[in-house]
Design a protein around this ligand. Structure first.
Ligand code: PHE
Length: 349
């Protein structure tokens, strides 16, 4: 062999040593792949060396080719083994990185819950539903017919001012309903007596102070059938109150006025805080005013195509905020709307 061949051969040997050394010290798979390209790639060092083959004699060429193939095979084996090793190493590192310390204390989840008013609404509706009343809903944006006219509240009636209503800008006059009583009209027009309905929902008035919010909740309850009377009204009410407060609650009815009931009565319950003895909440009277009620006015029945000569009905509307405040001893109405989770979590635990 000429010195030129020896040179080529030693270069090949050097290359093999360098490649083996580099492969075995590669830090990771990506680095190893760069080395593979560098030594064995199309434009790599081994290809460059092969270019020298042209200068060899015809007999020497296949011999050198064989040597190159051997080097290739050695390097390929080394590459493969290193790949396996590095792969294992990287997998282990990934597992270590994801290791969970099972001895750490768990993080507790924040569990939401229903708003106290929703709890109250459901509770109240549920009690009436258990007594056979059917749950009904009406729109919060009402027309004047259902909110006022059909409820015997004529255009000039002071009640329209009394309610201090939010009017909605629209072609037909619409209002944010000032009470749940319009559901009486909607239910009566949609169905035939006997009708026993409980209608929970939001209502709106332009009030805002310590005891009033512009949006609040009511539950309307009414019964229309033959021979409905006030004794039944009182019976249903006292049963509801004792279930809701979980104790027998005394009840009294005072004559009052609503355009849509005749006669009308304001209902007071014995103060649930002092059992009627007199305290700050009941202003020492022993009584708390909780709702308005009465026998449905014949004009209201007529507006809803029901013959008042044949049918009669009772109705009452109770304020949900007030009921929930009394039941859970909540001192300030505004707490319901401030959305302080500490308060919201108190009720219904
Ligand atoms: N709608 C009345 C109010 O909002 C309450 C009521 C309902 C009174 C039914 C009598 C009968 O004040």
């Amino acid at each position: 062999m000429s010195s030129f061949d020896i040179d080529l051969e030693s270069k090949l040997h050097e290359l093999q040593q360098a490649a083996l050394e580099a492969f075995s010290t590669a830090a990771n798979l990506a680095a190893l792949d760069t080395l593979r390209v560098q030594f064995l790639g199309k434009r790599g060092q081994l290809t460059a060396l092969l270019k020298g083959v042209g200068q060899l004699s015809a007999e020497q060429r296949p011999l050198f080719g064989k040597k190159v193939n051997t080097v290739k095979a050695v390097l390929a084996t080394c590459l493969e083994q290193t790949q396996v090793l590095l792969h294992q190493k990287e997998e282990e590192a990934a597992i270590q990185a994801q290791r969970v310390d099972v001895t750490l204390e768990g993080r507790s989840q924040y569990v939401g819950q229903m708003h106290p008013l929703q709890i109250g609404l459901d509770e109240i509706s549920g009690i009436f539903a258990s007594m056979g009343f059917e749950i009904a809903h009406g729109p919060e944006i009402e027309d004047e017919f259902h909110n006022f006219d059909a409820l015997n509240i004529p255009p000039e009636h002071p009640a329209r001012a009394m309610h201090d209503t939010f009017f909605v800008k629209s072609d037909e006059k619409r209002v944010l309903r000032t009470h749940t009583s319009p559901v009486q009209i909607r239910s009566m027009l949609a169905g035939e007596p006997p009708l026993a309905i409980v209608a929970p929902g939001r209502v709106y008035r332009c009030d805002y102070d310590v005891t009033h919010s512009p949006m609040f909740h009511q539950v309307e309850v009414f019964l229309v059938d033959k021979d409905v009377n006030m004794a039944q009204l009182k019976g249903v009410l006292s049963q509801f109150l004792s279930i809701f407060f979980g104790k027998k609650v005394p009840l009294r009815m005072r004559p009052s006025y609503f355009p849509f009931t005749e006669p009308s009565a304001e209902v007071d319950i014995g103060c649930v805080f002092c059992d009627g003895k007199g305290c700050r909440v009941c202003k020492d009277t022993g009584w708390l005013e909780v709702l308005g009620s009465g026998m449905i006015h014949p004009n209201v029945l007529r507006s809803a195509d029901i013959d008042p000569e044949v049918y009669s009905g009772f109705a009452f509307g109770l304020g949900v905020e007030r009921m929930v405040m009394l039941k859970y001893g909540i001192p300030d109405l505004r707490l319901f709307f401030e959305n302080d989770v500490r308060f919201l979590q108190e009720v219904g635990r």
